[in-house]
Design a binder for this molecule. Sequence first.
Ligand SMILES: C[S@@+](CC[C@H](N)C(=O)[O-])C[C@H]1O[C@@H](n2cnc3c(N)ncnc32)[C@H](O)[C@@H]1O
Length: 394
Amino acid sequence: MSDPSPTAFFAPCPRGLEGALADELRALGAGVTATPPGGVRFEGDVRTGMAANLHSRIASRVLQQVAHAPYRSEDDLYRLARDTAWERWHAPLASLRVDTTAIGAPVRSLQFATLRIKDGIVDRLRERVGERPSIERQRPDRRVFAFLDAGRCTLYLDWSGESLFKRGWRRDGVDAPMKENLAAGLLALSGWTPGTPLLDPFCGSGTIVVEAAMIAAGVPPGATRPFAFERMLGFDRAAWDTMRRVAPRPAPGTASIFGSDVSEAALAATRANLAHCGADPAWVALRQLDVLHLDRAPAPDGLLLANPPYGERLDVKGRQSLAQADRFWPAFATLLKQRFAGWTACLFTSDLELPGRLRLKPSKRTPLYNGALECRLFRFEMVAGSARRPAPPR
Ligand SMILES: C[S@@+](CC[C@H](N)C(=O)[O-])C[C@H]1O[C@@H](n2cnc3c(N)ncnc32)[C@H](O)[C@@H]1O
């Protein structure tokens, strides 16, 4: 792990965020080499790999590429795994998990391919270090990811451990929160910078406003969590401690971040999450409010970024005020036009018909995936004068 020569890495991310992740990694000094669907390939040294884990807000993981070769059969997969120098990174007695993804691969089953790769790794380690790693599915010390296409196999060593979207701040128990790296990606795609007022009027557990507060405060997303590379052989603890000790650098300007939600339970979750994110919770102003009762925008201009309710989530239990979807969306559009002239509204949703329901024309539609679910980030410029009635005095 202390080898100074450039290492090839792959950082997977939610599909649609590859460009934003590439920009983020370049800013960390990585040499981006490709942006295939679902991730970014980059080169860098050991410090770049550690920095990507500590600072990337958009990556799901950071993987080191350790083998890449043509194959035809499961026996070739076994040989490739056995010919890879796992003993360079894998501490004796560390436990192991192997996961395989395949697209058009000529293998009998993914399970069998995974088994052969695992056998190759185990046999190599038994030969070279005299120890056989145990296989552990729940909390492995080391994870290996294999990617198979029609003719080539790539083996990756995972540097992250738990997925990078798990920053360690989430305390809530609300349903279906957005993943933290998706929220950070939406902030990047929306072009938000900490000097711009930000409002999420459907904030739920607060993922968007918490991520924004961390960006404004300069708190690294991985500031308090552990990483798998810390348990790899040759881990450079001195370099890591130095990198981690750098104090957060707040962004210039004052952060104006606002969150609201009709549900008191959602706001309680947001408050709990904010208290653990490392940024000053006072930077985020929270209100319990039905969005349709918002009487004014919190600033003359800014970014409204939200993941609005869709389908059954519009119907919050015990709330009479929530209208049926067919009345809600036109009323929300009227609110945007009347109260948010001068703002940009970015709405992330799996409801691909949302602009039609709002009767608003998006200036941009960015395709994104939330797991396997196809979504869009719709961008609406709320131009002053588009309202039927003038905006209220501010
Ligand atoms: C898809 S969730 C947002 C999830 C959020 N991004 C997160 O990461 O936790 C939609 C939220 O809209 C809220 N909501 C539904 N109807 C609302 C309304 N009329 N006004 C304000 N909030 C509403 C729900 O309580 C829910 O928290």
